[in-house]
Design a protein around this ligand. Structure first.
Ligand code: SF4
Length: 431
């Protein structure tokens, strides 16, 4: 979402003639768009500012603006601690970026813009075209979260759940498709909590399915609690919806899920997966896991391993629990680091084996690949198959924006390699 937000900030600043530069040491305005999910996010901000101060020691100081979730979480603390920063702007206030820059140009009073104004933001951003021209483009449809998992900062940094109107989203998608986008990835902290008037995520998926030049649709990140029957049905009926679903579970133990305040049990999670597979047997799943959450016993951990073995997630993101300041879980007793590390390694070894088995089975199979860009080496192109696996092929023709059938010839942990064997049949992805 930060990548999307950064592009939108740029779309806005272009209106006042502030354009993107790659020259770190020759800029009039430096905007650091931060993410608070990462560990040590705040320290990284101070580290970057240190670098900047060094670069500009004998030059005119640029405007320095901290945007994103660290700005939201820290606000005045950052302004007090680091005088080099001119303004902080939270993720729900960045539509004001031009006014902030213009004000800073006029006088040097430092500013804190961390109000939650998502509706005003959505309205303002709708007035400015999304000028992304990538083959695969992000579109934010929903922001914020009402779930309050005990380990997570998002409800405090992005605020409550808010959705954009279906009409505005489809109009942005049509504009992107006209500029060459073939795949839209719908974004939201709780994307399947999407709700605008009578429209739900499934309505939006069908509306996007009808855009002729669009070939693929994905959405992330969803929450098991919001997995409604109509959304499950769309995985069978929506022709352009890709068959990989990222559905975070965090733990295979219902006891731990309860402690995390996830709002669902392991059994409910499995029920959703079963229903989805019944509707679309080609579906595969990826997930997020927090290992060694406070109070996790060896038995709880083994349940997480069992869940991994049962679903056979083709991709997973796993981390040792690390407390985020300001969240309820920050005050809980942590599991001994040695034990936590050992569990993480054991979990990842199972996850890697499953991933490896899955990828080895792809060798020799034909996959539909959407090519995104030149893979930097001459006559080499990078694309993704329907399951979001990276695929690299050789071709003398420019493949950017095309979908080709590729026979997979080999693979490593992150990439599949193959050769083009043909085009897609007319009936595939028919709009
Ligand atoms: S549902 Fe996701 S975004 Fe919301 S609090 Fe839980 S982990 Fe954070």
């Amino acid at each position: 979402m930060n990548e999307y937000d950064s592009n939108r900030i740029l779309d806005l600043t272009k209106k006042i003639n502030y354009n993107l530069t790659n020259k770190f040491n020759d800029t009039d305005c430096y905007i650091l768009n931060t993410c608070h999910i990462r560990e040590k996010a705040t320290e990284k901000v101070y580290h970057d500012i240190g670098r900047l101060k060094k670069e500009f020691r004998n030059k005119k100081k640029p405007l320095v603006i901290i945007a994103g979730c660290v700005a939201q979480a820290e606000g005045d603390i950052i302004l007090k601690k680091e005088k080099y920063i001119d303004a902080v702007v939270g993720p729900q206030s960045y539509h004001k970026i031009n006014q902030i820059i213009l004000n800073l140009e006029q006088d040097n009073s430092r500013l804190n813009h961390t109000e939650f104004e998502p509706i005003e933001k959505f309205d303002q951003l709708n007035l400015v075209k999304n000028n992304n021209s990538k083959v695969s483009s992000f579109v934010t449809i929903q922001e914020g979260c009402d779930k309050f998992c005990k380990f997570c900062v998002v409800p405090y940094t992005r605020g409550p759940e808010q959705s954009r109107s279906l009409i505005e989203i489809t109009s942005e998608a049509k504009h992107l498709a006209k500029q060459g986008t073939k795949e839209i990835i719908l974004l939201g902290q709780n994307v399947n909590a999407y709700s605008f008037g009578k429209h739900r995520l499934s309505d939006l998926l069908y509306a996007l399915d009808d855009i002729k030049d669009l070939k693929r649709i994905r959405y992330t990140t969803s929450h098991p609690k919001d997995f409604t029957e109509d959304l499950i049905e769309s995985h069978a009926s929506c022709k352009k919806l890709m068959p990989l679903l990222h559905l975070p579970v965090q733990s295979g133990s219902t006891k731990i899920l309860k402690r995390m305040n996830r709002g669902h049990t392991v059994e409910e999670y499995l029920e959703i997966i079963e229903k989805l597979k019944k509707k679309n047997p080609n579906l595969r799943f990826s997930s997020d896991f927090i290992i060694a959450y406070p109070d996790e016993t060896e038995l709880d951990f083994n349940k997480t391993i069992s869940l991994m073995e049962k679903i056979k997630f083709v991709n997973s993101f796993s981390f040792i629990f690390s407390p985020r300041p300001g969240t309820p879980a920050a005050n809980l007793n942590q599991i001994d680091f040695k034990i936590a590390k050992n569990r993480l390694l054991r979990f990842q070894s199972v996850a890697n084996r499953i991933k490896k088995d899955y990828r080895n089975k792809l060798v020799g199979s034909p996959q539909n690949v959407l090519f995104e860009n030149d893979a930097q080496k001459e006559n080499t192109f990078f694309g993704r198959d329907e399951y979001f696996n990276s695929v690299i092929v050789h071709s003398k023709d420019d493949l950017t924006g095309k979908i080709k059938k590729v026979k997979i010839s080999s693979c490593n942990h992150n990439t599949l390699f193959g050769e083009i064997i043909g085009d897609l049949k007319k009936t595939e992805y028919a709009a």
